[in-house]
Design a protein around this ligand. Structure first.
Ligand code: ADP
Ligand code: MG
Length: 255
């Protein structure tokens, strides 16, 4: 016997929309980090970004999320430039999950999720609490709503962070090495949650070192090196048919 999570007034998810960048450049002082990045993630598809450390992957995600402004180029949602929009508004449409989940340790799991909903979304406490349970259900942690994050495993905490991002009803989700800080035995559960999201029609841009995930879940894989997309294509093309020495060298190190 199971009970349903909610009265059903709160949709669990919004449909994903396409996200794209056009010739994005960004420098930190004299360090030209993004050197003309163009990418297209179709609605409800998953793109994995792979590449060596320092190649600009995190910077790229931060540009898409408007945590950083590009020096030139464009960021598009549903084909429309978002660079003139209010960044706070955009960040509600584009959720992000980081390597370090940064949950508030003194708040319950539920309150970690409701905080943004009452403050940014203007939901009532009850509406926010209901939405929190919907999302916790989705990541399999409804039964942990009342505990503090410190009592959870790292993998469970990351799933709470995913639920927190989903509660804002984003149209695109960005993941920046979401499993890199986890003990190996905890990685699988988080990747399974991400795969569920992808299967559910979310648009996802995922920076990852998990090549198995990229192979099995991604519709498209981008290989970045030194601020450019060196190669892109289906997982089969990128993993089996690398054209550049740079990608072949990278794959020989990680596979
Ligand atoms: P990746 O995620 O692929 O490892 P990053 O995007 O984090 O790469 O970093 C790309 C380059 O940008 C690196 O040389 C890094 O030192 C530099 N960088 C990243 N963030 C900042 C910042 N806030 N200030 C100055 N330099 C930065
Ligand atoms: Mg990074």
């Amino acid at each position: 016997m199971t009970t349903t999570a909610t009265s059903g007034t709160t949709p669990a998810t919004t449909p994903g929309v396409s996200v794209a960048t056009r010739d994005v450049h960004l420098s930190f002082a004299t360090n030209h980090v993004l050197r003309g990045v163009t990418l297209d993630v179709p609605a409800a598809s998953t793109t994995c970004v792979i590449g060596p450390s320092g190649s600009g992957k995190s910077t790229l995600l931060r540009v898409v999320n408007r945590l950083l402004e590009p020096d030139s180029g464009d960021v598009l949602l549903e084909g429309r430039s978002v660079l003139a929009d209010d960044p706070d508004e955009l960040r509600q449409r584009v959720g992000m999950v980081f390597q370090h989940f940064n949950l508030f340790p003194h708040k319950t799991v539920r309150d970690n999720i409701t905080l943004g909903l009452t403050r940014l979304r203007g939901l009532s406490k009850d509406e926010a609490a209901e939405q929190a349970l919907v999302q916790l259900d989705r990541v399999g942690l409804r039964h942990k709503a009342d505990v503090r994050p410190g009592t959870l495993s790292g993998g469970q905490q990351q799933r709470v962070a995913i639920a927190r991002a989903l509660a804002m009803q984003p149209q695109v989700m960005l993941f920046d090495e979401a499993t890199s800080a986890l003990d190996p035995e905890l990685v699988k559960g988080v990747l399974a949650t991400m795969a569920d999201l992808a299967a559910g029609g979310m648009t996802m841009l995922v920076v990852t070192h998990e090549m198995g995930f990229a192979r099995s879940v991604a519709d498209q894989v981008l290989f970045m090196d030194r601020g450019v997309v060196v190669e892109s294509g289906s997982p089969d093309t990128v993993f089996e048919d690398a054209r550049s020495d740079r990608l072949r060298r990278f794959l020989s190190q990680v596979l």
